[in-house]
Design a binder for this molecule. Sequence first.
Ligand code: PHE
Length: 469
Amino acid sequence: MAEEVVLGFLEKNDEISDSGEFASERGIDHQELTNIIKSLHGFRFVNAQDIKRERWVLTEEGRTYAAAGSPEVQVFLAIPPEGISLEELQRKMDPAVFKIGRSQAIKNQWLEMGKQLVTRKVIGPKEIDALKQRKLIAPQTWKGYSVRKGPNYAPKRKKFATDLTRDNLQRGDWKDMEFKEYNFSAKGQPIEGGHLHALLKVRQQFKMIFLQMGFEEMPTNNFVESSFWNFDALFQPQQHPARDSHDTFFLQVPPTTKFLPEDYVERVKRVHEFGGYGSRGYEYDWKREEANKNLLRTHTTAVSSRMLYRLAQEGFAPKKYFSIDRVFRNEAVDRTHLAEFHQIEGLVCDRGLTLGDLIGVFNDFFTRLGMSKLKFKPAYNPYTEPSMEIFGYHEGLKKWVEIGNSGMFRPEMLLPMGLPEDVRVIAWGLSLERPTMILYGIDNIRDLFGHKVDLSLIKKNPLCRIGIE
Ligand code: PHE
């Protein structure tokens, strides 16, 4: 092994003066030898000093020239470094080539014509320049080492231990072990765990915006909801197409809810059937069985309805609530739709709020997201009046994008809960996926969420800051 050769040589000698010569004398590959020297130097078994040598090598063109070559070049190359007798040289060569080549080479002063030997003349700087200009030779740097004993020199390299194992402790051999020093400047392994999904990062930023605006988070920890809280409490009639199994996932087990607040259910039934509070209602036969059906919540407004009902029971106080969590819809999956996604929901309730307050809160909220130009379009929701779709001008995409849906909850929703008559609730909802896709430049929602997501997206996604400083 080359390592033993180096250490063995230094045991008896002061120095390896030239790793290149050392390698060729012993038939060791020089690259392999330099690697070993570097390692031994690293552990201070030896001290290695760089040697650099410039030498001239034939370029490709130079090589073809030399191979087929002009006669004088052929003569020059036929002379070994140690020289040759003229007779020998002549014998080696084609007579014609020898004849022309010899006189031309002498004329060029390439040859040293000794008494006994013909030798190559050492090429001087002038000749080098000429050959360089003709691009027949090029400089090549050769790197090697001169090597001496280092402070930790030993004729045999001891393997340092890198780990203290249970076996070492049990056997007690740790006492004689020598440990490899820590390399504090070594690069660490890329971290494999602890990566956050892009949706989680964007969710966190939305959460911070809500918290900065003084909103409290609503508990969203129930994916399963009854039709009552998801639809009926929101004054969504039982024949509404969204309540069809084509749009909503209903549960087979357990198919129905066990508990609903009976007096409130009664008030909701009445408002659907006959109205009240200045409304005519829907004038249809409201069925309890329909309200009892369990489903996967289709929007987080179901959570808002529970919270507002609770607030009415506890005694009204002005509140700002938000939530960001999963919702489910029985939809055909395509580039922009999934059957599961996330909704961001906000609401403010207080006495005497107006549409102006709604627009004012939006300006504040969306400016913090970096969208200060907003447009509103009249829309329809069974539970809000008026209702508005919100569009924002996206400075990056340079276009208007739909960002959410909003409105003021209807009296048919709020008054049966028992909220005071002058309480108004402004509310809005948007998907979490949409702004995340815009931020991360993802155009297919299936690349962001679901079983087709490439794990490297999660390992490599950068932090995308939303909003303004
Ligand atoms: N629930 C609505 C939706 O799913 C969003 C919304 C929330 C609309 C609150 C108005 C008020 O799109």
